[in-house]
Design a binder for this molecule. Sequence first.
Ligand SMILES: NC(=O)c1ccc[n+]([C@@H]2O[C@H](COP(=O)([O-])OP(=O)(O)OC[C@H]3O[C@@H](n4cnc5c(N)ncnc54)[C@H](OP(=O)(O)O)[C@@H]3O)[C@@H](O)[C@H]2O)c1
Length: 407
Amino acid sequence: MSEAATPPGSAPGTVFPPGFDPTAESVEKTLCFRGFWAWAVLILLIALGISLFMWLLRKCIQGPAYRKANRIDGKVVIVTGCNTGIGKETVLELAKRGARIYMACRDPGRCEAARLDIMDRSRNQQLFNRTLDLGSLQSVRNFVERFKAEESRLDILINNAGIMACPRTLTADGYEQQFGVNHLGHFLLTNLLLDRLKHSSPSRIVVVSSAAHLFGRINREDLMSEKNYGKFFGAYSQSKLANILFTRKLSTILKDTGVTVNCCHPGVVRTELNRHFAGPGWMKSVLQTGSLYFFKTPKAGAQTSLRLALDPKLEHSTGGYYSDCMWWPLVPWARNMQTADWLWRESEKLVGLPPLEPPPPGQSPTQNGNGTQNGAASGNGSGNGNGNANPASREMQSVETVVVNRS
Ligand SMILES: NC(=O)c1ccc[n+]([C@@H]2O[C@H](COP(=O)([O-])OP(=O)(O)OC[C@H]3O[C@@H](n4cnc5c(N)ncnc54)[C@H](OP(=O)(O)O)[C@@H]3O)[C@@H](O)[C@H]2O)c1
């Protein structure tokens, strides 16, 4: 039987296990060894904790997905600006569910590349490449004319295309680019398609807006940002607020027609939307790298549009604002119906549509809320897309040339 050793030099009564060498060097070695493992385990636990936190954070950032498996075989859909980003992912998912989709893009080459890619991945051949430049009212009319010649129904319209924070430029009709493309182009497109949507009811309109509307105000005195141009906090956020006010007003106009209209914020998504960002190189690199982790993927960004377009539960929901697939309350200035009414009338004049409702008392049909004439932004020198520099005559011409059926 082995006995516990009591080595010389140790405190009297101290008993060490057999084979234990309590010399200073050996104790140090043992403690070092244990310390190493303690640190290794601690570092591993911290790394695991950080990874779990980052994974959860990333999951939260990506937001919820639309998971219902309902199909929409044969339903006719138009998606604007879908050669890339959120629009392309939206089309891909709708194509997988059997829709017949008109891809409305301004660049036919890029649209064709996206169409072929989506056809490949979805095995859906019912995709069509159509040209639509929302910065040209004539292009909008041409698109609608061709679409109507091809299709007698329209089940879902997704107003997705957008442009953000570009230098101040004008549309073909002389309007500030972001307001012109994001709001006016879609305003005309939707109005010209209302007859098809009503004919196909129950049908849906989805408007892709943005949380940027929170910073926006409708500047009645300077709608085209001529006097003061802030590319993000001015023009972009105004155009995205206009998207919401348009949705709210249209939902009242379409009451009891079986056509619903809702808008959404897709989240902060890693797409080409920031292509006009003109900051210093280092900032671009930081943004690029950060966006890989902290932004939604385009697929995740498409989920709220998809829910609004597809969810059977939302068949009767209209006039709402959604984010992360959920309904969200709006700030007072985004549900101000007086501003929505004013913007609607103003937009009708700017795109050359006859008024849907009589003007408020004391205002002539050709005056805006400030008592001035409407038309292309004055002083831009570009005139309109028809080479007609007189805004008033542009308006008259547009009213005559457009074929409106909003009954
Ligand atoms: N990404 C975000 O974080 C974010 C956040 C909030 C809201 N949104 C909104 O989400 C929508 C989709 O944006 P995205 O992020 O997918 O950006 P994107 O990748 O830049 O896609 C925008 C699409 O709009 C098209 N487009 C631009 N100008 C057009 C015009 N004049 N006529 C027709 N199409 C035009 C673009 O076509 P080209 O490729 O030919 O330019 C492109 O297909 C936009 O309405 C945007 O405001 C995005």
